[in-house]
Design a protein around this ligand. Structure first.
Ligand code: GAL
Length: 362
């Protein structure tokens, strides 16, 4: 077990960002910057022990600061979209959320948690694990949300090749909250191209139906008999081009899938909910979580020519898989609809969810 901290860059507003590298006894290496709590690289072995970086990202802090796409970043207060940048909570209207996705609010707004340097509470190692503890205070009114919100995110790497992300938060006024990490995985290596050959298995029973602007309509539909059914492993490409409206409207997979029996399991034990497997390299990533849902996004918007990826690689759609564990998208808009998750954190409550990405190869 080994940790290392280095200078990463200076942001446009003059704040220094660092890069925190954690390496386990198997050589699995994760680098995270305190800018957005962003996972910059994640190096994992294939079935022959060959080490490659399996997350997409950029070569410099400046790119992370100016590009869109949220590559590797922590996302909040509310991951995904809030229609019209407006919501109601306890009879009050909040209608000043930042509009950054057509007419809607996306991923917490303009700066939010993804484009700031977080505090570093701890960076430590013992013989079992490396740990990076990041903190951020989102002030009352931040991006239009109510309440002072204190967030702690703990990244842990251990010798089971597990990268664990624990999200904790408390607030002094009721606020909607939905935190996630937005890593873009390509288990063949970040530069290996299409992910349509990756096999995915997700223990998810239903999904949130969205309209052409990717706004949840209020319908939650069982996955049975649809291309959204990943309960048995299948290649992502198998149904990708199926004539199915939700896929057509999103330009691929970009849907919130709800884990089986999410009502009784959310917030409880961290359990295995997903497996992503890349047959050429043999790399496998298991997703364990106690979150109720996962946004499965096949990087359909990853095509901005202005921001080449690591090593000058052009952005290309469907070259990464995001498995963003979270609350159900649309929960802010559809409060009171029993098909949706609770999305409000209240004073005195503790938001506490954990997701683990566990790597192996066979
Ligand atoms: C995803 C979302 C996509 C897109 C992406 C960022 O979480 O589902 O629709 O907005 O973030 O480019």
């Amino acid at each position: 077990m080994h940790i290392h901290q280095q200078f990463y860059g200076v942001t446009l507003n003059g704040t220094t960002a660092s890069l925190f590298t954690m390496k386990n006894d198997n050589g699995v290496t994760v680098s995270i910057t305190d800018f957005g709590g962003t996972v910059v690289s994640l190096i994992a072995p294939d079935r022959n022990g060959k080490m490659l970086d399996v997350v997409l990202g950029y070569d410099s802090l400046r790119d992370y600061e100016t590009a869109d796409g949220y590559l590797g970043a922590l996302v909040g207060r509310v991951a995904n979209r809030i229609a019209g940048g407006r919501f109601e909570l306890d009879g009050e209207v909040y209608d000043k959320l930042y509009i950054n996705d057509g007419e809607n609010h996306l991923h917490g707004g303009k700066v939010s948690m993804s484009y700031v340097v977080w505090g570093v509470k701890e960076f430590a190692v013992d013989d079992k694990a490396c740990r990076l503890v990041l903190t951020y205070r989102s002030p009352d009114g931040d991006e239009g949300y109510p309440g002072n919100l204190d967030v702690t995110v703990t990244y842990t790497l251990d010798n089971t090749n597990s990268l664990s992300i624990r999200y904790e938060a408390v607030t002094d006024k009721a606020t909607p909250l939905n935190l996630t990490n937005h890593a873009y995985f390509n288990l063949g290596g970040y530069a290996s191209g299409s992910i349509l050959g990756h096999e995915l298995c997700l223990d998810a029973e239903s999904f949130v139906v969205t309209d052409g602007a990717l706004i949840p309509t209020g319908e939650v539909r069982p996955v049975d008999g649809t291309p959204m059914d990943f309960r048995a492993p299948k290649a992502i490409g198998r149904d990708f081009f199926a004539d199915y409206e939700p896929l057509r409207l999103a330009g691929g997979y970009d849907h919130c899938l709800n884990f089986t029996d999410w009502r009784n399991t959310a917030g409880g034990e961290v359990i295995l909910r997903g497996v992503l497997y890349e047959p050429v390299s043999g790399r496998r990533m298991e997703v364990l979580t106690n979150q109720p849902c996962v946004q499965f996004y096949s990087a359909n918007f990853l095509k901005n020519p202005l921001f080449p990826l690591k090593g000058g690689l052009q952005q290309r759609t469907q070259t990464a898989v995001c498995l963003e564990t979270q609350n159900m998208s649309g929960s802010v808009q559809h409060q009171g609809n029993p098909d949706f998750t609770d999305c409000v954190l209240r004073p005195g409550e503790v938001y506490d969810y954990t997701t683990v990405y566990r790597f192996s190869a066979d």
